[in-house]
Design a protein around this ligand. Structure first.
Ligand code: SF4
Length: 510
């Protein structure tokens, strides 16, 4: 029995070995990971982090012709407002307009918590179906209905035959996981269980007739097309310029690229089984779905690292070429791209050389960015991954080779640790998630987003864009300098004299 047979997918905390708190050298982290003790580490004091439900919303709200029903107190929906702008611009950048952007809360109150919220959920879904006629309704359950025991799947199954829309239940209680990335598994589980991934005859293709004189030619054409088609899996942190860059490189290898699953329509999902290779752009995102597609359709997959930086992009392309039989072609592409890039980077190198940089964000992205920054001549002081898991070992082994003794602080936000490190190390630049910008600036460093949907980070153009952002931002750091002088941080002064990892519990051997 595999995970997909269960109603509710496992959280990352149970599916993988997860660490949410660590401070020390990369060698200690890897040693601790091998022994298992890193996964039993945590904090004796934590600031708040964000919840998996937010990330699930960020994914499903990108699906065109969908409405999201948020089953819970209305406050959980405060996340949803933030998504309208990026998703609308993300849709436009991918060539289609989102005329409507709808989400509805079941608005559970005190009496529902006592009496149950199932009836409200049922009525809300029926209302959405008849009022807005979406093609798909995502029902997202939050903490409260999971505590009181509302049976989301039973309600959805009971409604399935009376709705015109497809219905996809998603179990997203924030309290169940310490790792936001659980959202990827939750959403993929819901999509794989409730939507079609196979093409429909007479809708998506004309079935071959073996008595047709062209049968052999048509079958050969179909097989060839499938052999040159690859699925590329995107994520909210990978914007339109990044997708275009990766598609540019894969198209140069004569591959046809389908991008999924964000911003994909129900018609696009039906083509997921029509590819010869499923390619992940980030280890953290896709292993759950790629495993399902492999078991269901036998499609091989590639989960390596992120194509961020010169070396990483080359390795990533070579690994794809090995699977698609384009090894000679890829060498010519890499040679030309690298030569062009080196020339373009030349005027910026001197301005970046020796700049001290800290990285804060997704576990794989920060490690890949560290390598990119080294390629540009910057000095990487440390990385702060949001979490660490057993899948990350190969990437961090590579990090240890590139940066012996580098400091790793595993921390989901935990800005008190972040500002302590910034005050102590005084980096020239901090690459961090957009939510951390104010803290970085108030602590006195220049901030650059670790990802931004309108910017390029992946592939060769990504290297150039990162270099250009660094040069521009370093030209005038006075905003951060003035902010740090004038805006006090809320922490006691003696905190900055303490070890930033004072609240990380000592390792427990397991
Ligand atoms: S943690 Fe729970 S209550 Fe808070 S926003 Fe997330 S789902 Fe809602």
């Amino acid at each position: 029995m595999s995970y997909i047979d269960n109603k509710v997918p496992p959280t990352r905390d149970t599916r993988l070995k997860i660490c949410a708190g660590f401070g020390g050298s990369v060698e200690d982290l890897l040693g601790c990971s091998k022994r298992g003790c890193v996964f039993a580490k945590d904090r004796s004091f934590s600031q708040t982090g964000s919840c998996q439900m937010y990330l699930s919303l960020a994914m499903v709200m990108t699906i065109p012709d969908s409405v999201t029903v948020l089953h819970g107190p209305v406050g959980c929906g405060s996340h949803a407002y933030m998504m309208e702008f990026p998703i609308k611009t993300g849709s436009t950048g991918r060539g289609f307009q989102r005329s409507s952007f709808l989400w509805i809360s079941t608005n559970l109150g005190e009496s529902d918590i006592i009496g149950g919220g199932e009836q409200k959920l049922k009525e809300t879904v029926q209302y959405v179906d008849t009022e807005f006629h979406p093609r798909v309704i995502f029902v997202v359950s939050t903490c409260a209905p999971n505590i009181i025991g509302d049976d989301l799947d039973e309600i959805c199954d009971g409604l399935r035959n009376e709705l015109t829309a497809k219905i996809v239940p998603l179990h997203c209680p924030g309290f169940k996981t310490r790792v936001n990335a659980t959202a990827y598994d939750t959403v993929y589980h819901g999509l794989a269980k409730n939507l079609e991934f196979e093409p429909k005859p007479f809708v998506d293709f004309r079935p071959f007739n073996k008595y047709d004189p062209n049968f052999d030619i048509e079958s050969a054409k179909y097989k060839y097309k499938k052999s040159r088609t690859v699925n590329l899996f995107n994520a909210s942190a990978i914007g339109v310029p990044d997708e275009k860059e990766v598609v540019r490189l894969l198209t140069a290898m004569d591959l046809k690229v389908n991008i999924s699953t964000e911003y994909s329509s129900l018609d696009d999902f039906r083509l997921l089984s029509e590819a010869s290779l499923n390619i992940s752009m980030c280890t953290v995102h896709d292993d759950y779905l790629l495993d399902i597609l492999n078991k269901r359709y036998g499609t091989p997959c590639l989960i390596l690292n992120m194509p961020i930086g010169i070396q990483n992009t080359g390795e990533w392309l070579r690994a794809i070429a090995k699977k698609t039989g384009d090894t000679e072609k890829v060498e010519a592409i890499i040679k030309k791209e690298e030569a062009d890039l080196m020339k373009a980077l030349e005027p910026m190198r001197e301005k970046i050389k020796g700049k001290r940089v800290l990285l804060n964000g997704g576990v794989i992205r920060v490690a890949c960015m560290a390598v990119l920054l080294k390629e540009l001549g910057a000095e990487v002081l440390g990385v702060r991954p949001y979490h660490y898991d057993s899948l990350s070992d190969p990437i961090y082994e590579r990090l240890a080779e590139e940066f012996p003794g580098i400091d790793v602080n595993v921390a989901s936000n935990q800005v008190y640790e972040l500002v302590n490190i910034i005050k102590r190390e005084k980096p020239d630049l901090v690459f961090a998630h957009p939510g951390s910008n104010a803290w970085v600036v108030k602590a006195g460093s220049v901030w650059i987003p670790l990802f931004a949907p309108a910017k390029n980070y992946l592939g060769y153009r990504g290297v150039y864009d990162v270099a250009r952002s660094m040069v521009r931002s370093l030209r005038n750091p006075s905003f951060s300098k003035n902010a740090a002088e004038r805006i006090p941080l809320p922490f006691r002064k003696d905190w900055y004299a303490k070890n930033p990892y004072s609240y990380i519990a000592a390792p427990v051997e397991i």
